[in-house]
Each structure stands twice: as structure tokens, then as C-alpha cells.
Design a protein around this ligand. Structure first.
Ligand code: UDP
Ligand code: MG
Length: 317
């Protein structure tokens, strides 16, 4: 079989501390893949600078001067991990057979790439990296992540359990991904929708090698909500169900009140009335919020703004 040309896609945002540590590791792994004849000699590593404000882009440029193995793409501003990843994937698909996307902080086991490429040779077009253990994640992150996967599947969204964005995708798949035009991105939920043959490769997740997480709780929650609302309209259905349920209860309550009225026993405390009103206002506000989430999304989608803008490249081929 022909050896495929691989481009490793690595989004970086303010990673000046960790990039000099991990870049040589990616290069070493690329060498291993080459020497085993799994990928072609002109395979590459592509860093996507997601509008960093530190020296990340300078490091990327220096790396690309040092070795042709490294290339870089610089976005015009910070757009977030998902957009940076999409930029890398869509730009790379034109000059490669396969891509592997991975974070730049060394948390994901780099050596799992070998097995991923082997799965590709066996016929898979998408290979999902799946975390075998989460012992290095903080207890909170671990349990919230597990809870989230359960929630997603309860909402009818199809995602691969314990898979983040460490994944091999062939250019065939990426050409199809390019036709998914949504601006609200949740890539790990989009790949299963593309289809083709897929496989899973387990790997261990380590501590960050340097620097600190660029995914604070607020970004995690926002990605999480985006996942649910991108993949499913079930929350709106739940609201409809809730509304029907509440209407039924109110109807029973109405009959009860009428009966009390006719037997002349209506002088009762306001406490229960006040409680019902405030409870119902709360429920209504939550429902409005959920519907608002979807309307907000539709609003953003109708604008059809570009999902990323390339500012600079380290092209030299
Ligand atoms: N990242 C990015 N843009 C952002 C935030 C993060 O490109 O706005 C990159 C970051 O450099 C890293 C990856 O996304 O390569 C994952 O981020 P991080 O390691 O901070 O997240 P965590 O692993 O803690 O969830
Ligand atoms: Mg990380």
C-alpha cells in the first residue's frame, strides 16, 4: 500500500511555555512513523496559532526555519480551539491523505498515533482516540466529564464516549466535513455524522507538560452547552413535555379549586399560591432561556460569518 502523507494538526493558544518542550516530541514521533513505513517521507506537523498574544507565533516560525517538518498557520485573532482545529483540518486536507489532530500540551499520549495510522491502513477513515483512564484529571473535571457524556447520550446526541479531539481523519472525510457549514462548531459530534468506517484507539491522558489550561470552567461549560444544542433539539421537546405536564396538574388543581368554591371553603392561605407562582415563573424563565439558546444559534448561523481567517503561513514548499 502507498504510504499516506500525514499532517499532524496542532492548535496552540499562548503556548510559549509548552511548545518548545512538545514540538521535538511530535517530530520524534513523526520520525518513528516514517521509519516504520507507515507514513510518507514528506509528512508534516502543522501548528495553528489561534491568535496568541505571547511569542507562540515566533516559536512556530523559528521551528519551521529549523526543519521542513514543521509548518505553521496563523489566524487573524483568537477564535477558540474548535475553530483553530477546523482551520488546520480544512487547510491541510488539500495536501495530505490523512490528518491527526492533537493538543499541543503533551497531555494526549503521542505514541498512540502509530496505532491510529495502523487502523487507517486496515481501512478506517476516522480513528477516534479514546481515553482509557482519567486518573490524571482533577476529580471534578473527571466526574463532570462523565456526567456530561451521559447527559449527551440521554439527549440523543451521538458522541464517542471519552473521545475529545485526538483523532485521525482521512482527506476523504475532511472533504465531506467541509460541506458542514455550521458556524457553531462541535467537531467531536460532527465526525460521527459524516460516517465512513471508523475505529477507536485507547490512550492514556497525562498532566499538562507546562503552562496552564486554556480551558477554564466557563469555556468548558460553553463548549458543553454548544455540544448539546448543536447535536440535539431534545431540550425543546423536554420543555414541551414539561409544559403539558404542568398544564395537566393545573387542570386538576382547577377542578379542586372549583369544588372547594362550591362547598364554600375557599378562604385559604396565600402561601401555597405564592409558592406556585414563583415556582412557575422559575420554570418559565428556564424554558425561555433554553429556547433563547437555540434562537441565538440560528441568529449566528444566519450571518454565515467566516469561521476562521488566516493571517500568515510559514509556507516554504
Ligand atoms: N486552544 C486554542 N484556542 C483557545 C484555547 C485553547 O487553540 O482559545 C488550544 C490549546 O493551545 C491546546 C488545546 O487547544 O493545544 C487544548 O487546550 P487546553 O490544553 O488548555 O485544554 P484542556 O486540555 O485543559 O481541556
Ligand atoms: Mg490540555
Amino acid at each position: 500500500m502507498d504510504r499516506p502523507r500525514l499532517i499532524i494538526i496542532i492548535p496552540c493558544y499562548n503556548e510559549e511555555e509548552v511548545l518548545p518542550v512538545t514540538a521535538p516530541r511530535f517530530k520524534a514521533e513523526l520520525e518513528v512513523l516514517r521509519s516504520k513505513g507507515l507514513v510518507s517521507g514528506d509528512s508534516r506537523i502543522m501548528f495553528i496559532d489561534d491568535g496568541s498574544s505571547d511569542s507562540t507565533w515566533k516559536i512556530i516560525k523559528d521551528l519551521s526555519d529549523e526543519s521542513p517538518d514543521y509548518t505553521g498557520l496563523r489566524l487573524s485573532r483568537n477564535r477558540g480551539h474548535q475553530n483553530a482545529l477546523l482551520a488546520g483540518l480544512l487547510e491541510a486536507r488539500k495536501d495530505c491523505d490523512i490528518t491527526i489532530s492533537i493538543d499541543c500540551d503533551g497531555q494526549d499520549d503521542i505514541t498512540a498515533m502509530e496505532q491510529m495510522v495502523e487502523e487507517y491502513h486496515k481501512g478506517a477513515d476516522i480513528v477516534y482516540g479514546v481515553r482509557s483512564k482519567r486518573k490524571t484529571d482533577k476529580a471534578f473535571k473527571r466526574s463532570s466529564a462523565q456526567f456530561y457524556y451521559k447527559l449527551l447520550s440521554a439527549m440523543g446526541a451521538e458522541v464517542v464516549y471519552n473521545h475529545a479531539d485526538y483523532r485521525l481523519a482521512s482527506s476523504v472525510v475532511l472533504n465531506e466535513l467541509a460541506d458542514f457549514e455550521e458556524v457553531n462548531l462541535y467537531l467531536r459530534g460532527m465526525f460521527p455524522l459524516i460516517g465512513f468506517t471508523s475505529a477507536e484507539v485507547p490512550y492514556e491522558r497525562h498532566e499538562r507538560l507546562a503552562g496552564k489550561t486554556r480551558y477554564p470552567l466557563s469555556k468548558m461549560i460553553s463548549l458543553g452547552l454548544n455540544g448539546i444544542t448543536s447535536l440535539s433539539v431534545k431540550p425543546i421537546r423536554i420543555i414541551t413535555g414539561l409544559g403539558l405536564g404542568v398544564a395537566l396538574v393545573s387542570f386538576v388543581l382547577l377542578i379542586y379549586t372549583l369544588v372547594r368554591y362550591f362547598i364554600g371553603a375557599t378562604v385559604e392561605g396565600w402561601a401555597s399560591t405564592a409558592a406556585i407562582i414563583s415556582f412557575m415563573s422559575g420554570v418559565q424563565l428556564i424554558c425561555l432561556g433554553v429556547i433563547g439558546e437555540y434562537i441565538g444559534k440560528i441568529y449566528m448561523e444566519t450571518k454565515r460569518r467566516p469561521r476562521y481567517i488566516v493571517r500568515e503561513r510559514t509556507d516554504k514548499e
